[in-house]
Design a protein around this ligand. Structure first.
Ligand SMILES: Nc1nc2c(ncn2[C@@H]2O[C@H](COP(=O)(O)O[C@H]3[C@@H](O)[C@H](n4cnc5c(=O)[nH]c(N)nc54)O[C@@H]3COP(=O)(O)O)[C@@H](O)[C@H]2O)c(=O)[nH]1
Length: 848
């Protein structure tokens, strides 16, 4: 077994040793080789243990060996630095144990050359260290990066903060300049806008400031304005001084006053950068200045006196007109109290009312009597106004007044004229009514009586027409004066207009006394008088109404006195008539109609009706007679014989006749335009129309105006109209005939025509009066007249027309006697134009 062990040990690749007493007692080949010896023999006994150990580890190895030798430790395991035979160093790991060699304690163990392992370990450690270092470096780099990023973040934050603050500052600055109450701008040296506020943008018509920046004046303003601005900028930049101007500009058609301040802008080195400008619209201020100037001028030049006091009534100032009106100089009144002007005419209640009004409404306006410095009392129209400050406290009282002395006189004149007739200076209708109302009140209260005498001059119109209006006026004045002398102070004589007068008697008005006055008046009238060099005798008609018998109010009494006067007239004039309920209704109607008829044409109240005229030969329509009607809003359709005579008397028949002529011509043309051909239209003329020279011109005008052929118009005149003034009628009818119109004599047979004249008249037709037609079959006399008229017509070469044909028998008689044309209810009553067209428009023929 020993041999086996020995062989294994000696062959072992592991270095094995036995040490005793500091010397190697055994080493194997592997040990020798490890330490650089050729064989174990070179080591054993010949080499000391210490020789194979580096000096620095020798202590360690000796102590380890000693510990094992002593048995302090049995095994030990350690590493030391060994020395090879050639002195090179290497690392050895020893695993030693206590042993016995040669019966003595020894240490046996194995050595392992761990140099490579150590180197590997070292390399690994180094690599690890490097790795660690790298990791450390990387961490450090990361930390650095993180810190850089952190710095960056902080820097960003700061920048953001700065930006925000900068933006805010810019915003504040913009807000600041935007809220300047004027335009602000900054321009570079080339006149380009660098910054502007909102007002500039608005003035340029741009939606915001961006639209202005970068532009020049030429881009923004009208050419002339831009040139002016550029000139101003140039002055500022070349002189280096600011410039302030007030100028009137026209921008977008609007003229405004602008105040502009411009100044140069330089950098720290004094280098010119551009200009800055401020401008504001001072139109309102200029206007206010202007108004102030104007107010000042008005104050100093107005003809109205102005006085200004402080709230305590102390006079602060007065204007020149005040001095003129009151006679006081300014220096005499300033500091004083307006009471120096008081006239003493007003009670203290009057002034209390002024103060009450001032306190309640801030103003008082009215008429007041004041005293001039001369002591003269005069009326003034005064307006006092309270002036309040912005805190609503009274700051001033302003009194504006005018001297109305002359106005008062004029007013009195106007008042007089308002209540008096300017010609006779007698009370007029208004004053009469006023006095009448008062008199009635008193009479009612005292159970008294009164009388109204309504009178006018008989045929006063002829005085006017023949002697002229001046004589007429003088006559009216004279009458007024004469009657005034007759009456008592308690009576009122009034002129209502024209030649109409009313006497109001308030005392002693029984029938006997009133009759006496009326008679005296008639005596006065009938006394011959000389007016305007003419000896005149006039008469009057007097109507009398009394309170309370004939009415208990002013209107009724006046109306009844008027009615009574008409009655007096109808009784032959130059008389008086008391009102009685029995006065004819005709008088009343006439009065009503008269006032309504005036203006009927202008109010378009007249209408024409047309009655067909039938040709007896074939029953066809030979023509139509135009007959006027008055469509009165209350009276209804008034027939002509109720208003034509009245119109003639009133002198307005000319106006009505002209309207009828024109309307008949117009209607003929209108019918023709509608396809309804009426051969002829007959129009009645009144006596007064014939009297007027213009009838020929009027007829010609109506034909021409409407474009109607003259031969389609027939004018009807009556026998009586002609026979009143035959020569003149002849002239007029000749004139009419010359126009080409047809002429007919209406109501023929009722008058006393002279055959001599009849022959000379330029006639076309004779119209048999309807009274004879109605006699047909009853009265042979009437029939005989019809036969005679038809024969006369034939002998004169005229047509015969029968009116008032109501029966077939009448028609048959007339046709048999040779009458040409018939007109009457048998065929149709007079009817409106549209009805005539509807009835006869389609070629209707009258039945036999
Ligand atoms: N100056 C003017 N006078 C005019 C005008 N219009 C009419 N008159 C005259 O008024 C009088 C009354 O006219 P009126 O009431 O229209 O009566 C006329 C016919 O309606 C009526 N008539 C016709 N046929 C009959 C009938 O069969 N029976 C009957 N009882 N009456 C009938 O006769 C009047 C026409 O008369 P005349 O003019 O004589 O042909 C009258 O005198 C008119 O002249 C006018 O514009 N201006």
């Amino acid at each position: 077994m020993d041999v086996l062990y020995r062989s294994v040990v000696e062959q072992s690749l592991v270095a094995i040793y036995v040490i005793q007493d500091g010397r190697f007692r055994y080493v194997n080949q592997a040990f020798a080789a490890m330490f650089g010896f050729a064989s174990p023999a070179d080591v054993i006994d010949g080499v000391e243990m210490a020789a194979l150990i580096t000096e620095r580890d020798r202590g360690l190895v000796r102590s380890k060996v000693a510990q094992r030798m002593s048995g302090e430790v049995r095994d030990s395991h350690y590493v030391f630095s060994a020395l090879r035979r050639d002195g090179t160093e290497f690392q050895v790991e020893v695993h030693g144990s206590r042993a016995e060699f040669g019966g003595r304690p020894a240490v046996a163990g194995v050595c392992l050359d761990i140099t490579l392992r150590l180197e590997a370990e070292h390399a690994v450690r180094q690599a690890k260290d490097e790795m660690t270092q790298m990791l450390l470096d990387a961490e450090q780099a990361r930390q650095v990066l993180l810190s850089v990023l952190e710095d960056q973040r902080r820097a960003d934050e700061r920048i953001l903060e700065l930006n925000t603050s900068l933006e805010q500052q810019l915003h504040y600055q913009q807000a600041l300049i935007d809220n300047f109450p004027f335009m602000v701008w900054l321009k570079d040296r080339d006149g380009r806008f660098l910054a502007v506020n909102r007002q500039v943008a608005e003035a340029c018509g741009e939606p915001d400031q961006k639209g202005v920046k970068g532009k020049t004046d030429a881009d923004l303003w009208p050419a002339e304005l831009a040139r002016q601005y550029v000139r101003d900028d140039h002055v500022v930049m070349t002189t280096g001084k600011s410039l302030s101007v007030e100028e009137q500009i026209t921008n977008r058609g609007e003229r405004r006053w602008i105040e502009t301040y411009k100044a140069p802008v330089v950098d720290r080195n004094g280098e010119l950068l551009g200009t800055v400008g401020f401008a504001r619209d001072i139109s309102d201020r200029r206007r206010a200045d202007e108004e102030l100037r104007l107010a000042d001028r008005v104050f100093n030049s107005t003809v109205e006196g102005v006085l200004v006091t402080d709230p305590k009534g102390c006079i602060l100032t007065v204007n020149p007109a005040f001095e003129t009106i009151t006679g006081y100089r300014k220096d005499e009144v300033v500091g004083g109290n307006p009471r120096i002007l008081k006239s003493g005419r007003h009670e203290s209640a009057f002034y209390r009312e002024i103060w009450r009004s001032l306190n309640a409404t801030g103003q008082w306006r009215g008429e007041l009597w004041n005293r001039r410095k001369s002591g003269e009392i005069y009326p003034q129209w005064l307006t006092i106004s309270v002036v309040r400050g912005s805190d609503e406290q009274i700051t001033h009282y302003v009194a504006v007044f005018s001297d109305i002395s002359t106005l008062k006189v004029a007013q009195e004149k106007i008042d007089f004229l308002a209540y008096h007739d300017s010609l006779t200076r007698l009370p007029n209708r208004i004053l009469l009514r006023d006095r009448l109302e008062h008199a009635l009140m008193r009479a009612r209260r005292e159970r008294g009586t009164l009388a109204l005498l309504f009178f006018d001059l008989d045929r006063f119109k002829s005085v006017n027409d023949t002697l002229g209006h001046t004589v007429g006026d003088e006559l009216l004045i004279d009458v007024g004066n004469c009657i005034s002398r007759l009456i008592r102070a308690s009576d009122t004589l009034a002129r209502l207009g024209g030649d109409e007068f009313v006497l109001l008697m308030e005392d002693e008005t029984d029938v006997r006394q009133v009759t006496t006055v009326a008679r005296k008046m008639l005596d006065i009238f009938s006394t011959p008088r000389t007016v305007g060099g003419h000896a005149l005798t006039v008469t009057a008609s007097i109507g009398i109404a009394r309170y309370p018998d004939d009415g208990d109010d002013a209107d009724t009494l006046l109306k009844h006195a008027d009615l009574a006067m008409y009655e007096a007239k109808s009784q032959g004039r130059n008389t008086y008539q008391f009102f009685s309920q029995d006065l004819t209704t005709g008088t009343l109607e006439r009065l009503v109609m008269e006032s309504a008829l005036r203006g009927a044409v202008a109010r378009k109240e007249l209408v024409l009706h047309y009655q067909p005229q039938i040709d007896f030969a074939d029953g066809s329509l030979a023509g139509a007679e135009a007959l006027v009607r008055w469509q009165h809003p209350e009276l209804g359709l008034v027939p002509p014989d109720r208003f034509i005579p009245l119109a003639e008397e009133m002198g307005i028949i000319g106006e009505i006749g002209e309207w009828v002529l024109n309307e008949a011509c117009r209607q003929m043309v209108a019918w023709a335009a509608e396809g309804f051909e009426v051969p002829l239209v007959a129009v009645n003329l009144s006596a007064r129309q014939i009297d007027r020279d213009q009838i020929v011109e009027i007829t010609a005008g109506a034909l021409q105006r409407n474009g109607l052929a003259a031969e389609r118009l027939e004018l009807e005149v009556t026998e009586s109209m002609i026979m009143r003034e035959p020569e003149r009628a002849l002239d007029v009818l000749d004139g009419l005939r010359a126009l080409g119109v047809a002429l007919a004599i209406d109501d023929f047979g009722t008058g006393y025509s002279s055959l001599a004249y009849l022959r000379r008249l330029p006639l076309n037709r004779l119209k048999v009066d309807q009274s004879f037609v109605s006699d047909i079959g009853h009265d042979t006399n009437g029939e005989a007249i019809i036969r005679a008229v038809i024969a006369l017509a034939r002998s004169l070469g005229l047509s015969a027309v029968a009116e008032g044909v109501e029966t077939q028998a009448q028609a048959a008689f007339l046709r048999a006697e040779g009458c040409d044309i018939g007109q009457g209810y048998l065929y149709d009553k007079p009817m409106p134009a549209a009805s005539l067209r509807a009835s006869w428009g389609r070629g209707r023929k009258a039945a036999d």
